[in-house]
Design a binder for this molecule. Structure first.
Ligand code: HEC
Ligand code: HEC
Length: 366
């Protein structure tokens, strides 16, 4: 991947407008007076208000984005623009695409039996899996099946999605106790959605915008202490001072939890400080990509990832944290198996029935 991205990409109209819509939705959903005031001023700070007040649609702003890119300095590879939602066909295939999109955006409702935390796929794969540098699904679909070192096998797209259910969605704590079984319609519909979204991209080539993008190494070792301050200033307003996020009056998640019993587990990709730093640099604070310096992104990633969370589902029975560390975590840049303020990171939270957690060699990562 080229290393000139994405810090020198101009702010994207489409991103801004859809972020604005997310924040607007959040305000409408939360509805509380105080929150409204706080978020209202955030909108002004972020310069978000105009894009949604003027009613810019996604299609319009996509055109602006494309124009901004082609009118740039010519060094930037144009980012693929996934098709507009309005082009989903009105037939049985389109119905499957729409079901997949619904699962992606509200996983706890639409794939209820397999979700063991408060997250949805779109909390990490932003803008319904469309946003470049937040591991967008249009960029993923054309490069599968693909060999992954994490589970030492060729992963189909189904395997890969299963990984995100197992770890990022903490399926061990779900009503069914595990991820959707192979062949489930959940995978079928999600794949229909990704396939539809990647229309026109060549297979076997990793497009620009894939993954979380690059982040430079920090000048100094990442520091939880400095990260705590970055967090208080840039993140707590939405995710809460305790990192537990916020729900609306109907109990729907508006800002997702970053650690604790309702977040992703110790096996998830986001628990690695390098992955979280890249995600945060390019995507957080919401709607302000690249606001944080490289050092701040690493520091706040270290702060977020040095808190307790649900246990690694591979660490079952008599597998100790130390065993799991030696087997799966020793190469990771993370806090699993380490002590933070005298507390061992890794024992996790009790997760109910452990009977249907994945076998130890079935560890497709997420
Ligand atoms: C807590 C954050 C988080 C959540 C929630 C999450 N994922 Fe992921 N996902 C990740 C991370 C981290 C990666 C690895 C990104 C990379 O390789 O740069 C990833 C990668 C993927 C990939 C492969 C992307 C690629 O380019 O190879 C797919 C497909 C995927 N996730 C699907 C899903 C689906 C479907 C859901 C919901 C069922 C989901 N994810 C929920 C964090 C998350
Ligand atoms: C304006 C509100 C807002 C601010 C400020 C903000 N976030 Fe977020 N964050 C969100 C929302 C909303 C999502 C889910 C994205 C979605 O669903 O579109 C999210 C998602 C995330 C995720 C992935 C999901 C999860 O639960 O792990 C991480 C990690 C994260 N934010 C970290 C941060 C950090 C670190 C900061 C500060 C540097 C920050 N955020 C600032 C609103 C915010």
């Amino acid at each position: 991947m080229s290393n000139k991205h994405p810090s020198d990409i101009p702010p994207r109209g489409e991103t801004k407008s859809s972020r604005g819509q997310t924040v607007l939705r959040a305000i409408l959903a939360v509805g509380g007076g105080l929150v409204l005031v706080v978020l209202g001023s955030l909108l002004v700070d972020f310069g978000l208000a105009p894009s949604w007040l003027t009613g810019a649609t996604r299609d319009q702003s996509e055109a602006e984005t494309a124009a901004a890119q082609s009118g740039g300095d010519g060094k930037q590879a144009a980012l693929f623009q996934p098709p507009a939602e309005s082009t989903i066909p009105d037939d049985d295939f389109g119905k499957s695409v729409r079901r997949g999109m619904a699962i992606f955006n509200d996983t706890g409702t639409n794939a209820h039996d397999f979700v063991g935390n408060d997250l949805s796929c779109s909390n990490c794969h932003l803008d319904a899996g469309r946003q470049a540098y937040s591991a967008p699904m249009w960029a993923a679909y054309p490069v599968y099946p693909k060999y992954r070192g994490k589970n030492k096998m060729v992963n189909t797209m189904e395997d890969r999605i299963k990984g995100c259910f197992t770890y990022s969605m903490n399926a061990q704590g779900s009503p069914s106790g595990g991820p959707p079984p192979y062949g489930s319609d959940v995978y079928r519909d999600l794949q229909a959605y990704f396939f539809w979204m990647s229309k026109g991209l060549p297979t076997g080539e990793k497009p620009e915008g894939a993954g979380f993008g690059k982040i430079d190494k920090p000048a100094q070792e990442p520091s939880r202490q400095r990260g705590e301050e970055v967090f208080a200033q840039n993140c707590a307003v939405c995710h809460g001072a305790d990192g537990q996020g916020q729900k609306d009056i109907n109990g729907k998640v508006v800002f997702p939890p970053l650690w604790g019993p309702h977040s992703f587990n110790w096996g998830a990709g986001m628990h690695k400080v390098d992955a979280a730093a890249a995600f945060i640099k390019h995507n957080m604070p919401l709607s302000e990509p690249n606001k944080l310096s490289v050092q701040e992104a690493w520091d706040v990633a270290a702060f977020v990832d040095s808190h307790p969370r649900p246990n690694d589902p591979r660490q079952i029975g008599d597998v100790t944290v130390k065993d799991a560390f030696d087997k799966w975590h020793h190469k990771h840049q993370g806090f699993y198996g380490k002590e933070v303020d005298g507390e061992l990171m890794g024992p996790g939270y009790p997760s109910g029935d452990q009977a249907s957690v994945p076998a130890q060699n079935e560890n497709s990562g997420g």
